[in-house]
Design a protein around this ligand. Structure first.
Ligand code: ADP
Ligand code: MG
Length: 688
């Protein structure tokens, strides 16, 4: 057996098991060794039956004296056995596993782990883990110290509990891993240099793998985990460092001249004063644009913090230098909106703005070539879209695009020059995450909202107050020209909107129109609505002809309706806090007081507490960090957004290890080490 072999080379792993393993991300023998327990059950205490105390979690070893099936009236079959270790006898019971009577006939030597229960003077083990001991000729031990350890897999030790899937239990995984590990472990070779192992007190890779699966103590398990986590993070760090260096070394861009007078003209033409952080970010961007090395900057800011105008400033400067700029947004709605906004900001300054989306008839490409700022969806990536002189690429909600799409757009410069690249996101990124996966980007942050914005009043609404909340919404919407959004539950964890979600939204819309708000004007928006209909709905919403817009969560990003003051979210517990925060940001755009109502189907105190953090804070970053702590990375951004990798072993909370691997990556690059040894290839996709 070799590490690279497919899992079905392991005995008794057929296509069915291979398929289930695949669901856990395990395709090869090596993957199986890297399938790391998420916890351990401590069955390491070996006891004599005669000294067992009720409540103890123990392992006993002995001989089955008798075993029988007991049929109850409630269709439950109980297996009851008597087990003796020569000095004491204990009863063991299991439920609905009649095959045990055949499997563990009297005389079998077994090892049992579980909690000791007592009723009166009788002690028993209920549903203990069991395994047969291999020795047939087994002398009863007289002393506890004679009990055999080290031979057992499921009992008598720190028993690993693995991430499981339907039809694949930890017990099954344990037996396969215990079969496989000794046969391939020698093939695993150390690739970290001695200096790093010593400096960061890391154990060898072989030891690490043995210790996570077979720890003698929790400390050993943690040592093993730490080493594997180090490797995982190091790979991320190296990848972002390599990208950063490539960007620095290979690419050349046009140096732009920043004309102070033009800049002031731009700022003065705005209907508002820029916030301090908009000014700071603007300065950081302009400083980049003056360099011959292309900008690669991420502008991060909560929804409503005013990223667009900062990007518009950069576009304006590019155009002033005789270059074109392009602005890519993830949806047609957003692209249209940016088109309108940029037109209103840049049009009066003499800049021409164009729009390209997939659904629209293609503008004559000749004409398009001359446009100063071309706004669009991913349709901009098409071959037919070309530029005479592209100087700047702006990508909004950058994580919504694939790496390839972004790369194609940034290669549309001419004459061997690369455009400067500004990416933007409203997704709050905890610092440790930025350090790991965005290590190659420079970061600007908008950490304040424009002055005069009111906090959005947020409430978690318990189920019994649903009717009241509907009444409140009705009254509020009826008496004013204000509007509301109702966001339907996230149904499937899929990035694309499924038909199921569309049907659910449609049903919700019909129910609300008929039963709850028959007197109001409702609209429905989801991903399957046709383009012209979508435009029509948005136009109506903007024009105040719709009171309540029912939408799927996919409509999350960037809709800007200044009269919308109520955001109601169904089944809020299914969303991450950062996501809810982004949804909430759809309202509160104007000067009016806005509200966010979070409905939850769960009344579990933990869920309510988590949601209530939205009542208390308006900072996206804070919410992201709370979610990171409470639920981990995957939940943080939800599956609506891709590009955020989930760590398998390491944690983004582990600042110490993140710093250590950053250091190690820089050191390896400095040493001119052969980095290919540290990269596992395509397994980990890092957004750039
Ligand atoms: P986001 O960061 O979510 O993309 P936008 O760029 O869409 O935010 O800005 C949100 C709203 O705030 C827009 O209507 C914009 O005109 C307005 N805005 C931006 N900057 C300021 C400011 N400094 N003062 C007041 N309003 C602003
Ligand atoms: Mg925006």
């Amino acid at each position: 057996m070799k590490l690279a072999d497919p899992v079905d080379t392991i005995p008794f792993v057929g296509p069915g098991y291979a398929w289930r393993l695949k669901k856990l991300g395990v395709n090869t023998v090596k993957d199986l060794l890297y399938h790391i327990p998420n916890r351990y059950q401590d069955f390491s205490l070996l006891s004599n039956i005669s000294t067992l105390q009720p409540g103890e979690e123990v392992t006993i070893q002995g001989q089955i004296l008798s075993i029988e099936n007991i049929y109850t009236r409630k269709r439950i079959v109980i297996q009851r056995a008597q087990v003796s270790d020569g000095e004491g006898v204990i009863e063991a019971t299991w439920f609905n596993q009649p095959f045990l009577v055949k499997n563990l006939p009297p005389g079998t030597m077994v090892s049992l782990s579980g909690k000791v229960k007592a009723s009166g003077s009788r002690r028993s083990l209920v549903s203990p883990e069991y395994e047969k001991l291999r020795t047939t000729n087994y002398a009863f031990p007289k002393e506890t110290s004679l009990l055999r350890t080290g031979d057992t897999v499921h009992t008598g030790r720190l028993v690993p509990i693995y991430p499981e899937t339907e039809g694949l239990s930890s017990k099954w995984l344990r037996s396969k891993i215990s079969h496989t590990l000794p046969r391939v472990i020698e093939e695993i070779s150390e690739y970290l240099p001695e200096e790093l192992l010593a400096r960061f007190k890391l154990i060898s890779l072989q030891d690490a793998i043995k210790k996570v699966h077979y720890p003698k103590s929790l400390e050993e398990a943690l040592e093993g985990r730490r080493r594997l986590a180090f490797d995982e993070l190091l790979e991320y760090q190296l990848k972002s460092l390599i990208r950063k260096n490539e960007w620095k070394e290979k690419k050349l861009s046009h140096k732009l001249l920043v004309n102070q007078e033009k800049m002031l003209q731009f700022i003065n033409s705005l209907p508002f004063n820029l916030t301090d952080s908009q000014r700071r970010s603007g300065r950081e961007i302009l400083r980049d644009l003056k360099k011959s090395q292309p900008m690669n900057r991420l502008l991060e800011g909560d929804v409503g913090s005013g990223k667009t105008v900062v990007a518009a400033l950069a576009c304006y400067m590019a155009v002033q230098n005789g270059f074109q700029a392009t602005f890519m947004a993830p949806t047609q709605i957003l692209a249209s909106q940016h088109y309108v906004t940029l037109n209103s900001i840049l049009g009066p300054l003499g800049v021409s703005v164009g729009l390209v989306t997939g659904g629209r008839r293609k503008a004559k490409s000749e004409k398009r070539k001359k446009i100063d700022v071309l706004v669009g969806t991913h349709a901009l990536v098409q071959k037919s879209v070309t530029f005479e002189n592209l100087g700047l690429v702006v990508i909004d909600e950058q994580h919504r695009f694939g790496v390839a799409q972004r790369a194609i757009l940034t290669q549309k410069g001419s004459g061997g020059f690369s455009p400067h690249v500004l990416t933007m996101t409203a997704t709050p990124i905890p610092r440790t995450v930025a350090l790991t996966i965005y290590g190659d980007l420079d970061l600007s942050t908008l950490d304040e909202l424009p002055k005069g914005r009111l906090n959005i009043k947020t409430w978690v609404v318990p189920p019994q107050k649903r009717e009241g909340a509907y009444d409140w919404i009705r009254k509020h919407v009826k008496d004013t020209d204000e509007q509301a959004f109702i966001v339907c539950p996230l149904i499937e964890e899929s990035e694309k909107e499924t038909m199921k979600a569309v049907r659910a939204a449609t049903a919700e819309f019909e129910m609300l129109s008929r039963k709850v708000f028959p007197d109001l004007r409702l609209g429905l928006l989801h991903g399957k609505v046709g383009l012209s209909e979508k435009d029509e709905i948005m136009r109506k919403m903007q024009g105040g002809e719709i009171d309540i817009l029912v939408a799927t969560p996919v409509v999350e990003v960037g809709i800007d309706i200044s009269n919308a003051t109520i955001m109601m979210i169904e089944a809020a517990e299914r969303f991450g806090l950062a996501q809810l925060h982004q949804l909430r940001g759809r309202v509160g755009r104007g000067a009016k007081q806005s509200y966010c109502l979070l409905f939850s189907g769960s009344s579990s105190p933990q869920v309510v507490m988590r949601l209530k953090s939205l009542e208390k804070t308006m900072s996206g970053r804070e919410l992201a960090e709370i979610d990171l702590k409470m639920r981990g990375m995957g939940e943080l951004y939800g599956t609506l957004q891709h590009g955020f990798p989930e760590l398998k072993i390491a944690s983004f909370m582990d600042t110490e290890l993140i710093k250590a691997t950053r250091f190690a990556a820089e050191w390896l690059v400095e040493q001119k080490a052969d980095l290919s040894r540290f990269l596992s290839g395509s397994e980990i996709v890092v957004p750039n």
